[in-house]
Each structure stands twice: as C-alpha cells, then as structure tokens.
Design a protein around this ligand. Structure first.
Ligand code: PMP
Length: 451
C-alpha cells in the first residue's frame, strides 16, 4: 500500500489514541512501515528518530534482532494458552529471572496485558486484601496530584490529571488526592536537591486525617511521567512509605513508566530503597514487542486470598491474554540482554553525557526552564518568563508546534503540554543523541522566533 493510500484510508476510518482527530485533517498520521534501532521509517522513505521510545516502550530500540528471533521462535512453539489451571515454562522462567531484581518482599505475580489493567488489578487486590483481613473501613485510595496511572475508570480515579479525567468525574471513585511535590515550582521556595521535603507535611496531614480509611496509596515512584516528567526526591518516596507503614496503608508503586532501567537503576523503588506492597510493571517489559503487564506483590497479601472455594476469597479477575507466551518470550529476552550487555550501567554514563549536552545545547534559549533528568530521561518546560517561571498560555500550543516542526525535521518528540523530553532506548548511541539535540534545539528556536 503506498503512502497516500495509507493516509487516506486512515483518515477515513481510524480513531487515534489521545488525539483531537480534527487536527489530523491538517496533519494526517504519518505512515510508518519500518523500525530499526532508534529510528522509524515512513512509507515514502523518510527517517525519523524516535527519541521517546514510542511511548517509552522500546527499551532496546525497534526491531532488535534477538527479541525478534525469540518472538519468532516462540510463535512456532506455543503462541497462546489459557492461563487458568494451565502454565508454561516461559512464564515460570520469566518470573525466575525477574524476582531477584525486585525488592525482596515481592514474591507473587499476576499477569495482565496493559498498564491500566495492571493498575485496576492492583487497586482491587489492595481493597480485597483489606476486606479479607478485617480492615473493612479501609475503602478509599490516596494518590498524588498530577499523578497518572492509566485511563480506565479505576485508574483514572487515582489519577489527578484533568486532561484525562475532567468529563468523567461523575463516574469516578471518590479518592484522596495529596498535593504532589513540585520541585520546579516549589511552593516552599526550595531549590531542587536542597530541601527537607517540606511538602511531605501535606501527606502527613492527610494520613492523620483519613489514614484509617485508606486501603492503599498509589504513586509513580520518583518520576511523575505523564505529568511532564516531574522528578521528585527519593526522601519524599521514603517518607510516603513510612507513612503507609505507620497507618497500615498498602503502598502501590506504579513502575509502569519507571521500570527496567528508566531511572538509572532497574526499578525506581530499588533506587530509593523502598519496599512497596504491590508493584505494577508494563511498557518496557517486553521491549515494545508485545502488550504485557504484571502486578507483583508479597506473600502476606497473597495468603489473604487463600481458602476453600466456598470462602469466596479468591481474586476473581482475569484477562484473556494473561501470561501470553509470546510476551513472556520477549520479556525474558529483554532481561537477558539487559544483564548480559550491562545495558543499565552503560546507559548511566550516556546519561551523564546527555545532561552535559542538554545544558550546552539549550543554553542560548532563555525560555528553556530547568533541565531536569533521571536516568536517560531528560526534560524541560518552555516558560514564558524564565525568572518567574510563568508558563506560556496553553492556547498557544507551543509544545505541539515544536513537535510538528521537529517531526518535519526528522525527530519524534511528542511533548506533554509545553514539556519536551527525551526518553530514548537505553542502547541509543551518542551520534543519535546529537542528532536529536540538534533538531530539538532548532525546532524550539524557530518556533519561539515565530511567536
Ligand atoms: N501507569 C503509568 C505510570 C503510566 O505511565 C501509564 C502509561 N503512560 C499507565 C499506567 C497506563 O498504561 P497503559 O497505557 O498501558 O494502559
């Protein structure tokens, strides 16, 4: 199918995720026919650097030879099998390899096939655990403002981003939203890395007031990704974990975006030495090959679901593709490559290089707010006034304009509002980072000149 036909038929019938489809009349979807390494290729032969790993999934680049082979091989052995009452070595081996990388209290694993579903499961497991251990007043969840955990109804209920939830508010659960840390525009006028986590007081107050009615607190550890790569200190996460322990509240760490080396260590919880009761994993888990997610939890929680059939204690939750062998084969190969090639450690030296080059590259653009980074993730917000950090009004759609310009120049840089970020494959090379920096710089500069 040629490029024109793909675009035309797409416009005629396809409804794309998180998009104002009217925009597609002016900017139709780009027809991508191939991927290799950090690059995508369009049907008319254009090469595009995918600096956001296609929504943070392609941990080792597109079409990695080894993962492709593992997937192909698995497809000739066992492609899918019902996972209730049956099992297979591909799931067992995956968990065997994954478990030692997680906090040592995590020993039980339940499979699903996307991030939001894992979050729904985590919430249900936390709630049911509290009910089955006699904590029947614990019926609410706490979460952080600006948090994001997916777009199904339960996941939206523990998210705080109006962009995704505003219209659905009447349908959502009534949860407790705690003001999140904001190290860029700190309400206590502290500088990033030079504070006593004053903002933790807000969480403490909430726990004092309603801690006894909480089943769980759900957080994105260290990095609120969808809120614009908002990075917060390890001490804040440790503080939340301590509050949860003190008040008997379960801690759910949503590592869907942070897992598998994105923060510079295998998991953000490990980096912060925090042991959550439940963890959710997805996105990079299969290197962007197959949809898969995991809800990981402790022996103590698992045991609260045991009993006779008649006890009705079982976790009656299933997803058709749970434990899919193709996804397991991909995930296992990702773990093998990460370990064998020391990918996460090597990415850390690349991260140092990228921090230096981000600072140098954007130093001549005063509207670039603070450059923040964790692992290979680097981000900044375009601000109207660099001193006061006053944002550009959202109607200007500045981030979107930079994105469109960068895409024309061969860089996929999908922004979050006016926040632009890199979240590349961990094995990207320095030359490709330089290409990304040059295009991002020129796109920002030209867009600002136009306003
Ligand atoms: N939790 C977090 C932290 C996420 O970043 C995302 C996806 N951006 C989700 C949950 C939802 O995952 P999915 O899009 O696979 O439903």
């Amino acid at each position: 199918m040629n490029a024109d036909k793909i675009v035309k038929e797409d416009l005629n019938h396809i409804w794309h995720p998180a998009s104002q489809m009217q925009d597609y009349e002016k900017y139709p979807a780009l027809p991508i026919v191939k991927g290799k390494g950090a690059y995508l290729y369009t049907a008319d032969g254009k090469k595009i650097l995918d600096i956001i790993s296609s929504w943070w999934c392609n941990l080792l680049g597109h079409c990695n030879e080894e993962i492709s082979n593992a997937l192909s091989e698995q497809s000739h052995t066992l492609e899918h099998v019902i996972f209730a009452d049956l099992t297979h070595p591909y799931a067992v081996e995956l968990i065997e390899k994954l478990m030692p990388l997680l906090p040592e209290n995590i020993t039980r694993f339940n499979f699903a096939d996307n991030g939001s579903s894992a979050v729904e499961m985590a919430l249900k497991i936390a709630f049911q655990y509290q009910m089955q251990t006699g904590q029947t007043k614990r019926i609410k969840f706490a979460c952080l403002s600006e948090g994001y955990h997916g777009e199904t109804i339960g996941a939206l209920s523990v998210g705080s981003m109006d962009l995704y939830s505003r219209i659905y508010k009447p349908m959502l659960m009534d949860n407790i939203h705690i003001e999140a840390p904001d190290c860029f525009r700190c309400p206590y006028s502290c500088k990033r890395g030079h504070c006593q986590c004053e903002c933790l007081q807000k969480a403490r107050k909430t726990f004092e007031e309603v801690g006894e009615s909480l089943a769980a607190l759900i957080v994105e550890p260290l990095l609120q990704g969808a809120a614009g790569m908002r990075i917060y200190p390890e001490e804040y996460l440790q503080g939340l974990s301590a509050l949860c322990k003190e008040y008997g509240v379960l801690l759910i760490a949503d590592e869907i975006a942070t897992g598998f080396g994105r923060t510079g260590e295998m998991f953000a919880c490990g980096k912060a030495h925090v042991k959550p009761d439940i963890m959710t994993l997805s996105k990079a888990i299969t290197g962007g090959y197959m949809p898969m997610s995991l809800v990981c939890t402790t022996e103590k929680i698992y045991e609260a679901f045991l009993g006779s059939y008649e006890s009705m204690k079982a976790f009656m939750h299933s997803h058709t593709y749970a434990g899919n062998p193709l996804a397991c084969a991909c995930a296992l190969t990702v773990l093998n490559i990460l370990k064998r090639d020391n990918i996460i450690e090597k990415a850390q030296s690349k991260a140092l290089y990228l921090t230096k080059r981000f600072n140098e590259t954007f130093s001549d653009i005063e509207n670039v707010g603070e450059i923040r980074h964790i692992g290979l993730i680097h981000a900044f917000e375009l601000v109207k006034d660099p001193k006061s950090k006053e944002p550009f009004p959202s109607f200007m759609r500045l981030g979107y304009k930079v994105y469109r310009r960068a895409l024309d120049m061969g860089l996929l840089l999908r922004p979050i509002g006016n926040v632009l970020y890199f979240n590349p494959p961990l094995n990207i090379n320095e030359e490709d980072l330089e290409i990304g920096l040059k295009i991002a710089h020129d796109a920002v500069k030209k867009t600002l000149q136009d306003i």
